[in-house]
Design a protein around this ligand. Structure first.
Ligand code: ATP
Ligand code: MG
Length: 200
């Protein structure tokens, strides 16, 4: 009985391996990817920073542009900005509900994009993270068509990760990989404040 089960398992795995090997052989292209991490659940920015760690592990240069938010004392900034291959820019003025000043928000976003665009024109940078960029698009602070054109014009092998809620459809259409983080539960709603090392 057990032998039978083992034999059937081996045969099934052999068939599975044939299929998986064929699929792997078919995925043979290489290119700079555009990835989007969106949705209301936690894990968008931290996933992007996970890819920053991976890229650094391969000796790649990485550029990070943080839009909207203005905190310069986050754990990710403290750790990654010390790494020799990292260029880290905090480009926000703060949350839109804190600044309450649309003209100023627009000016900040436009100035921030100039810096991000430089990284998108630098072929030495293998990965660019545009953290919380979606808000500058959904609030109309930046011209979505222009942003999409600048992203499309990047060096062929450069990867770009965009994070933020409510990613516009044009961004999703242009992306190679899109994940939506779903909010099932968040400690914040149980009255727990943002925790160092987990939330900031
Ligand atoms: P993280 O940076 O932790 O990966 P995120 O990028 O997915 O989170 P943001 O919308 O950028 O989410 O929010 C950043 C901060 O808000 C983090 O402190 C995060 O824990 C918190 N947060 C994320 N999702 C939720 C949620 N659904 N409810 C309340 N707070 C949240
Ligand atoms: Mg985030």
């Amino acid at each position: 009985m057990t032998v039978d089960k083992d034999t059937r398992h081996a045969a099934r795995m052999q068939r599975k391996k044939t299929l998986i090997d064929a699929n792997i052989a078919q995925a043979n292209q290489e290119k700079g990817l555009l990835l989007v991490l969106t949705g209301n659940g936690k894990g968008k920015s931290s996933s992007a920073f996970g890819m920053v760690a991976r890229a650094l592990g391969y000796g790649m240069k990485v550029g990070v542009a943080q839009f909207i938010k203005s905190r310069k004392d986050t754990g990710e900034e403290a750790f990654f900005s010390k790494q020799p291959n990292v260029e880290w820019h905090v480009l926000g003025d703060g949350f839109t509900w804190d600044t309450q000043n649309r003209a100023q928000d627009i000016q900040t976003a436009v100035a921030g994009w100039k810096i991000a665009k430089k990284m998108l024109q630098n072929p030495d940078i293998g990965l660019v993270v545009l953290d919380e960029l979606t808000y500058t698009l959904s609030y109309g602070y930046l011209d979505t068509a222009q942003i999409m054109a600048d992203i499309a014009a990047r060096p062929a092998m450069q990867h770009v990760v965009v994070t933020g809620r409510a990613a516009p459809q044009v961004l999703i259409d242009a992306a190679d990989t899109v994940s939506e983080l779903m909010d099932i539960k968040h400690a914040y709603r149980a009255g727990i404040k943002a925790q160092a090392g987990i939330d900031l």
